[in-house]
Design a binder for this molecule. Structure first.
Ligand code: TXA
Ligand code: MG
Length: 344
């Protein structure tokens, strides 16, 4: 079933392009000239370039700081464009596109001749997505072609979910930022590849394994674990989406004892991200910054990156995060936190 997205706020950031028609026209002009436009999607902000302009893609990779062999997703205005950009599309892909597009789902499919090497890192497949955010839709419809867009952050950092996040990360390296307020989903799309016509989830997102299985009339899915060596997805690198401050994931019952231990051993303040209020026995700021996260997965996901960014600016010695339930609806945020917690 397609996701129900909350109401969009049309936020306004004075230093970036607003959501007006004029801003869309500017964005299209910039893309046609080979420039870079950051735009909101329902998941996170994307850093967009004309998917058919190899020079623009070269600049996109340079600004992103991403190695050239890592593929980027091509965003399209509608599912009707799927056959212009992919070939040998399995029935399951059509079914998923019909059920979830526009929305936070990316399909990995054999590429058509329209897709340049620069988009796919030389692989024979391409990642395609039709985003639901009204500004992304306006931009894609006005542009007409495909917009290649990774998340609008430097490689390995947290994805941006507001226009100021993009500005903080990319500064003047981006030609225009379309400001659509806060992204309502908050974590990156679910990525699905196909093996012999069967779906394989390469990156969990807020469209869950069981929602995908339900659309396809299946009871369970293949696991992506064994497949990531064959199909490359940098989102599946162990360390990705990381804040600068060390982050430790703790089972709920260990949270309070570890907080007490850290407070005793470190003079620097510590950060906590928990799904409950601060118990009165624990100190307040400046010794500790306690953030209360949502108890539901949708709300948790929406706020996750902004919360981690905020905690990351506070000079904390460590961020302690209360671990999440094992169920499928939490898979996307569990995945992002696991990567954020990773230290080589
Ligand atoms: O929600 C999203 O997907 C956001 C918004 C902007 O659409 N985009 C995003 O892009 O997260 P990026 O580049 O940060 O992550 C895209 C992921 C990467 O892990 C990449 O490896 C994978 O998609 N990917 C893209 N094309 C692929 C392909 N042909 N085969 C396997 N993985 C692919
Ligand atoms: Mg990314």
């Amino acid at each position: 079933m397609p996701m129900h997205l909350p109401q969009f706020e049309t936020g306004h950031c004075p230093e970036s392009g607003s959501a007006s028609e004029a801003a869309i026209t500017d964005a299209v002009t910039i893309l046609r000239r080979g420039g870079l436009v950051a735009f909101p999607t329902e998941t996170v902000y994307g850093l967009g370039a004309d998917a058919e302009n190899p020079e623009a893609l070269k600049r996109l990779y340079a600004v992103k700081g991403r190695p050239g062999y890592h593929p980027v997703i091509v965003h399209l205005a509608s599912a009707e464009q799927l056959q212009d950009w992919a070939r040998e599309i399995p029935e399951a892909a059509w079914q998923l596109a019909k059920a979830f597009w526009p929305g936070p789902l990316t399909l990995i499919l054999p590429r058509s001749s329209r897709v340049p090497d620069a988009v796919t890192g030389g692989q024979d497949t391409v990642g395609l997505r039709v985003p639901a955010h009204p500004l992304a839709q306006k931009l894609l419809q006005a542009f007409g072609g495909g917009i290649a867009a990774p998340s609008a952050n430097r490689f390995g950092k947290l994805s941006p979910t507001t226009a100021p996040h993009v500005r903080d990360d990319l500064g003047t390296d981006v030609d225009l930022i379309l400001d659509g307020g806060s992204c309502p989903v908050g974590v990156e799309s679910t990525i699905v590849a196909f093996r012999d016509g069967q779906p394989v989830i390469l990156r969990p997102g807020m469209i869950t394994e069981s929602q995908i299985a339900a659309v396809l009339g299946q009871s369970n899915q293949n696991s992506a674990e064994a497949d990531t060596a064959v199909i490359r997805a940098p989102g599946t690198l162990a360390s990705h989406y990381a804040p600068g401050t060390p982050l430790i994931l703790l089972p709920p019952q260990d949270l309070i004892p570890v907080i007490q231990q850290k407070l005793a051993e470190s003079p620097a303040p510590i950060g906590v991200l928990a799904r409950r209020e601060r118990p009165a026995l624990l100190p307040e700021a400046p010794k500790m910054v306690w953030m209360v996260a949502d108890t539901a997965p949708e709300g948790y996901a929406r706020a996750l990156y902004a919360s981690l960014r905020a905690l990351d600016t506070k000079g904390l010695s460590v961020i302690l995060v209360e671990a999440l339930p094992d169920s499928g609806e939490w898979a996307a945020v569990r995945d992002r936190l696991k990567r954020a917690a990773y230290r080589a």
